[in-house]
Ligand binder design. Structure first.
Ligand SMILES: Nc1ncnc2c1ncn2[C@@H]1O[C@H](COP(=O)(O)OP(=O)(O)OP(=O)(O)O)[C@@H](O)[C@H]1O
Ligand SMILES: [Mg+2]
Length: 391
């Protein structure tokens, strides 16, 4: 027999003080349990077999999207639920009194949500009819996260499929490029009257083939998932090497590079290969923006724990409406561009825990400023998965 039943049986014999303290204790316990139930995020209801509501905790209404002012007095849970299919499922559970029911249901009204519904029948002592514990848990966030994961898995597998195709295209493309060169040599030794025409056609084919190769190369670089390998390196060396690689192209276009590099820059933890790629992409854009030649100013400096690299050209500049889009994948204003160059730059700088700023004036030029944290072997790098501020 329960303690409460024993008390009730002997209530007339219990002295007033003991009874008072018992009631006070019981009320305290009741408040405590009600507080516990009100603090859980799940909506908890206790209903009679016909659905009449006996108890609902604080979250009961909010989980179901029912307004706080809605009254639950003398109402049945089936009538309180605004979503018809949800209400039908609950009614079905109340009819089927013996089984524990658990299922995830999509609710449409009054707000779209995924709910995990659990209905547990229970008996309250002898003589009492069965009651039901009905619990609603909002699983929308969980679903959204699952969807996001599934989506990113889909994107990943599409990318790897596309990478495979790009690789396959790359090989015959290289063969075509080599054979075009051979054909060019063959034709140039001929004395045919239409040799010039043939040479012009070949030039167009070669240019288009090169364009295709460029797109494929950039796509493969952009989608390469190599995790960065950070080693202590000299950032100025990477800048010098990148300029050196492009020197012939600069000279051909009447462009000079002016380097103003910080002499006190300490060795930094960097992925040399990736940063080299990033600088090349910025320099190439600078070269392409200066068809009439000019100077590219390259400067590195140090400010506390931040190293700043500035690459400034005297090119055509970027119109204001174009500026917000330049880091987008496949955004290009060039006939032969793939629009992946700056996206690659952005990803590489992000992996280094840095950020990029761009200032540009049409007809005057563009200045890319990269901010990179100075880190040595002893200080760990930031988690590359953490989103840094997008330029
Ligand atoms: N230094 C610059 N001067 C002027 N415009 C620039 C400069 N850098 C970038 N842009 C603009 O930003 C766009 C995107 O640049 P991005 O390097 O991503 O692609 P792209 O150069 O067009 O093609 P590619 O993939 O071959 O690099 C360019 O098409 C151009 O309009
Ligand atoms: Mg580019």
């Amino acid at each position: 027999m329960k303690f409460a039943d024993q008390i009730l049986k002997r209530i007339e014999k219990i002295d007033r003080n003991s009874l008072q303290s018992y009631v006070a204790e019981t009320l305290k316990e009741k408040d405590f349990l009600a507080g516990v139930l009100d603090s859980v995020p799940q909506g908890i209801w206790i209903v009679q077999p016909d659905g009449k509501i006996e108890y609902a905790n604080q979250s009961a209404k909010s989980v179901l999207g029912i307004g706080h002012s809605a009254s639950l007095r003398n109402r049945r849970i089936q009538d309180v639920l605004q979503d018809r299919s949800l209400s039908e499922v609950v009614s079905g559970c109340l009819l089927n009194r013996r089984y524990v029911f658990q299922r995830e249901i999509e609710m449409i009204f009054p707000r779209p949500a995924f709910l995990c519904l659990t209905v547990i029948p229970f008996t309250r002592g002898t003589g009492n009819e069965d009651s039901f514990l009905v619990v609603f848990e909002d699983t929308s966030n969980l679903r959204a996260e699952e969807r996001r994961l599934a989506q990113s898995e889909k994107v990943e597998s599409l990318i790897s499929l596309a990478r495979g195709v790009a690789h396959e295209i790359g090989n015959p493309l290289s063969a075509i490029t080599i054979h075009l060169k051979l054909l060019e040599q063959e034709i140039s030794s001929e004395k045919h009257p239409r040799r010039k025409n043939a040479e012009e056609i070949l030039r167009v084919i070669a240019a288009e083939t090169e364009r295709l190769s460029h797109i494929i190369r950039n796509f493969l670089v952009a989608t390469r998932r190599r995790t960065p390998e950070f080693r202590e390196s000299d950032l100025n060396d990477i800048l010098r090497d990148s300029v050196k690689v492009l020197k012939p192209e600069m000279e051909k276009n009447g462009i000079k590079a002016h380097l103003d590099l910080c002499q006190t820059l300490p060795p930094m933890l960097l992925d040399t290969e990736k940063l080299h790629q990033a600088f090349l992409n910025i320099f190439k854009n600078a070269i392409q923006s200066m068809p009439r030649g000019g100077t590219i100013h390259v400067a590195s400096s140090k400010n506390g724990k931040i190293c700043t690299v500035q690459i400034r050209d005297q090119g055509i500049g970027i119109p204001e409406n174009v500026l917000p889009r330049i880091f987008e994948a496949y955004y290009t204003t060039k006939e032969e561009g793939s629009g992946l160059g700056l996206m690659i730059v952005h990803n590489i700088i992000k992996e280094h825990g840095g950020r990029i700023e761009v200032r540009s004036k049409e007809g005057k030029g563009t200045c890319f400023t990269l901010y990179l944290p100075i880190r040595s072997e002893k200080i760990p790098l930031p988690d590359p998965s953490e989103e840094t501020q997008k330029p």
